[in-house]
Design a protein around this ligand. Structure first.
Ligand SMILES: NC(=O)C1=CN([C@@H]2O[C@H](COP(=O)(O)OP(=O)(O)OC[C@H]3O[C@@H](n4cnc5c(N)ncnc54)[C@H](O)[C@@H]3O)[C@@H](O)[C@H]2O)C=CC1
Ligand SMILES: O=C(O)CCC(=O)C(=O)O
Length: 387
């Protein structure tokens, strides 16, 4: 029986893929084999030795202590692209909200309640306060051309915007999906200087924290409109508020409210609704559960953020999987231990990703616990399982 702990509400479409005879699901269990999570903060959480994997039903993994998980041999998965359309649709909404003072206008209209027959006249008199430009023909800069950035760039291009993108690490898959009409920015700074609208779609990392700051606002066109549906910490809020007061930033729309941003003129805060659609929630949950099951039951890794993709069809009933550091002679040491135990390897796969590596071995006989203990004792090995 595998125990799965859920730290957030996970769509039933995903949970129902966990067979009741082999999986126990609870939001409060003592020794889980796997955790399913959305945005719950996992930093500072105690990880029991039973924990083998964490599956993030979503894209961003800044709520998970990745390095600590790697050191403990806990494989962390996310669900690339599964909620990208949900976010894209809200970014497009944000684009229009940043241009036309729709939110402010709706709020003002409410203040007319009780004015009786005067309302239409007051509306016509007051509406000038809420005018704003059209997006057609305007320049949009997209920072980060991954699953979401590409969809946003293509959709804005289809709406008649002049779109450029900046992503020094763009994947080949993402490049295949990008419209040929989207231009490649020469540099981030040149893109920031030219655009009327800027939207940010990068992960929150040490390198991207405060990516939009005083120095970058100083480069921007007066009246620029900025959208942030990625993470709040990508933008320095103190510098942003100054740039708004100085008239550089005409509007900031974000999915990540924080106290200093709420109720500030020209800032629209949305309560992290980017992926809050039934479609995105279902897609993410199904993908997260499928990846978690494949790992727990077969030791296959797909879409992990800390260990390499490593998938092999089973050739025998005896599988051993080893998570280890990406250092010399790991495979040599593992296979030597198996050879001394008179175990023959029928098929194997070894893959690496940055500092970490993973080995799957299908053998002709069961690898008993004393042999597992020997593999576990190799310097650099962080987890061993037989399946
Ligand atoms: N508002 C919401 O509900 C949601 C927010 N997100 C946020 O959006 C982010 C992006 O999501 P996806 O597009 O699905 O991720 P992704 O991994 O497909 O794309 C991220 C892109 O950013 C690029 N990148 C990384 N560092 C960069 C840098 N310094 N400069 C320019 N580009 C850089 C990468 O090369 C990659 O192409 C997530 O990390 C998450 O924080 C994701 C889903 C829902
Ligand atoms: O699960 C959610 O609603 C948050 C989605 C998100 O921010 C992400 O996938 O990175």
């Amino acid at each position: 029986m595998f125990k799965i702990q859920t730290l957030n509400n996970i769509s039933e479409k995903g949970l129902e893929l966990l067979p009741k005879d082999t999986y126990e699901i609870s939001n409060d269990c003592a020794n889980p084999d796997g955790i399913l999570v959305r945005s719950a903060k996992m930093h500072g959480m105690e990880f029991p030795p039973s924990l083998k994997a964490v599956a993030r039903a979503g894209a961003g993994v800044n709520n998970i202590p990745i390095d600590e998980c790697s050191e403990k041999g806990i494989v962390v998965f996310n669900t690339p692209g599964a909620n990208a359309n949900g976010v894209k649709e809200l970014v497009l909404t944000g684009l229009f909200l940043s241009s036309r003072k729709i939110v402010e206008g709706i709020q003002w209209t409410k203040s007319l309640k009780g004015k009786g027959d005067e309302v239409p006249k007051l509306v016509e008199k007051g509406k000038g306060e809420f005018a704003g430009p059209e997006i057609l023909g305007k320049k949009l800069g997209v920072i980060g051309l991954g699953a979401i950035g590409v969809l946003v760039a293509n959709a804005a291009n289809a709406l008649g915007m002049d779109v450029q993108g900046y992503d020094p690490y763009m994947s080949i898959d993402a490049a295949w999906g990008l419209s040929r009409d989207v231009h490649r920015a020469i540099s981030l700074d040149s893109m920031l200087a030219e655009c009327d609208y800027i939207t940010i779609h990068v992960p929150l990392l040490d390198e991207t924290k405060n990516m939009l700051n005083k120095e970058k606002f100083a480069l921007m066109k007066k009246g620029v409109r900025i959208l942030n549906f990625s993470r709040g910490e990508l933008v320095n809020n103190t510098d942003l508020i100054e740039a708004i007061k100085a008239g550089i930033v005409a509007s900031y729309v974000t999915d990540f409210p924080s106290d200093e941003l709420i109720d500030v003129e020209n800032i629209i805060t949305i309560p992290h609704l980017g992926a809050s659609t039934p479609e995105s929630e279902d897609n993410c949950a199904v993908m997260a559960v499928e990846q978690l099951r494949n790992y727990l039951e077969h030791g296959n890794i797909k879409n992990s953020v800390n260990f390499p993709d490593c998938e092999m069809a089973r050739t025998t009933n005896y599988r051993t999987v080893v998570a280890h550091r990406n250092i010399r002679n790991m495979v040599g040491q593992i296979t030597t231990i198996l050879a001394h135990a008179d175990i023959n390897i029928m098929d194997m796969m070894n893959k690496s990703k940055k500092d970490w590596a993973y080995t799957i071995i299908d053998s002709d006989k069961k690898v008993e616990e004393d042999i597992v203990a020997k593999i576990r004792a190799i310097d650099g090995v962080v987890s061993v399982r037989t399946l």
